[in-house]
Design a protein around this ligand. Structure first.
Ligand SMILES: [Mg+2]
Length: 448
């Protein structure tokens, strides 16, 4: 029996595998783990770029000197995707070639330090790709899912929220009802502000007079509209559904304090990014004045950003983007830190995380006692053509694969069918996948 057959024995099966099958699999896994194979060495590192779903995804593949043993890691930074590949292939690859794959902590720390200047999104995403690929390799060697390598599941699956949006209230309600009908118990709600480029929704036909010709956003009409939205949504959808909302750091700090207070009566599951990373000191004021649950972190790169919010208990949910923070290794530590302080996890999980990254997210979800919620975005047919064995969604729960490593395979030929730029149009295509700009009426650019 060769290694592939052993892995097939150890893996395979669905989430709902029969108990007897599980027992057989466990025995095969134990036999494999106890077998002891030589420590693999890194033979090649490359970045696979693909865009099957309209968003630029970067996945690192590490190949070892052992036949058929490799791993995948998410290194996606979609707005600056072309910079990630050289960060991996021109800097981390020569640093890591020939090293053994077993010392994940050591490799993470040495990669982190090797640029001297650190904690930026490009370099963190590059390290994440390597880090997650090494966890994948270790799981494949052991014949275990990564969740078993770090202690095992403390829940069966991750409760998820999905995004409802609309230009107006009827559209939004329709969108939310469709999500609830799929079994989701948690829904993020965003509605358009007439004539304005509100986050997460359409803008409608109304014209807004401005001193420029581009997209316009003003925070006051947005906040009034959002408060009205919660009145309508609570009245139409009831009290049982859990509601979330993302401000996307688009209001001023003093407005954020008032807005969080005004939302208190609607009992949100959480209010997301009510402040920009530059203004996080204002969380202390919000905390003193209301009980609206607060979530923050998808833009964070550095411990200097999440440490004070967690250790001073200034937020309720840490929402770090796992590749942006450097991968599975540092995010496992963030989760444990949060557990010590009663802060729960809500890892960033939109379309600009690759399915490999979603595997890392859901692994953290099922092993962390202080899991809060998981953001979910569906994988379309083209994504499934490229990424085989994506995590399974059922009734609002996301299930991790029960096969070795992340349990995911990437079809490189299929990935090559969807090069960067596939499916992008207009400004985003012109900006090489980057974001455009939104300005106030008077022409001042805003954070978005
Ligand atoms: Mg967000």
């Amino acid at each position: 029996m060769n290694r592939r057959d052993l892995l097939k024995m150890a893996g395979g099966g669905s989430v709902l595998a029969a108990v007897s099958g599980r027992e057989q699999k466990a025995q095969a896994q134990a036999a494999k783990a106890a077998n002891g194979m030589p420590v693999p060495k890194i033979k090649d590192i490359k970045v696979i770029e693909t865009e099957p779903q309209g968003v630029r995804l970067s996945v690192v593949k590490i190949t070892t000197d052992q036949d058929g043993l490799y791993g995948f890691g998410c290194a996606t930074f979609t707005q600056r995707a072309d910079l990630v590949t050289p960060a991996v292939e021109k800097y981390l690859k020569p640093f890591l070639m020939g090293k053994t794959t077993d010392k994940i902590e050591d490799i993470w720390q040495s990669c982190y330090d090797s640029s001297y200047w650190k904690n930026g999104p490009v370099l963190n995403c590059a390290i994440s790709g390597v880090d997650q690929a090494l966890w994948d390799i270790k799981g494949r060697m052991a014949g275990m899912p990564v969740y078993d390598l770090v202690g095992g599941k403390c829940r069966e699956a991750a409760d998820c929220y999905s995004h409802a949006s609309g230009e107006d209230f009827p559209q939004l309600l329709d969108s939310a009802r469709k999500i609830m009908a799929q079994g989701f118990r948690h829904v993020r709600v965003q509605v358009g502000v007439p004539g304005m480029a509100a986050y997460g929704s359409g803008r409608g036909n109304k014209e807004v007079k401005a001193l420029h010709s581009g997209p316009v956003f003003e925070s006051e009409p947005y906040m009034k509209r959002a408060l009205k939205m919660f009145e309508v949504v609570r009245k139409e959808l009831g009290d049982e559904v859990e509601l979330l909302h993302d401000v996307h750091e688009r209001v001023q700090p003093h407005q954020a304090v008032q807005f969080a207070k005004d939302l208190e009566k609607f009992n949100l599951f959480f209010l997301e990014d009510v402040l920009s990373p530059e203004d996080i000191a204002y969380f202390r004021q919000i905390r003193q004045q209301c009980t609206t649950p607060l979530a923050m972190g998808e833009l964070f790169n550095s411990p200097h950003e999440w440490m004070p919010l967690i250790s001073e208990r200034l937020i309720d949910y840490i929402r770090v983007h796992v590749s942006q923070a450097g991968g599975f290794t540092p995010c496992r530590k963030i989760a444990i830190l949060g557990e010590m302080y009663g802060v729960r996890t809500a890892w960033h999980g939109p379309g600009d995380v690759s399915p490999v990254g979603h595997c890392a997210n859901v692994t953290l979800d099922v092993v962390s006692y202080n899991f809060g919620i998981q953001e979910y975005s569906a994988f379309n047919d083209r994504a499934r053509e490229v990424f085989h064995y994506c995590p399974v969604m059922k009734d609002g729960y996301l299930y991790p694969n029960d096969t070795p490593g992340w349990g995911i395979e990437l079809d490189e030929k299929a990935a090559a069918k969807y090069p960067f730029g596939t499916g992008e149009q207009g400004e985003r295509k012109n900006l090489n996948g980057g974001w455009g700009e939104v300005r106030r009426r008077d022409g001042q650019v805003i954070k978005q």
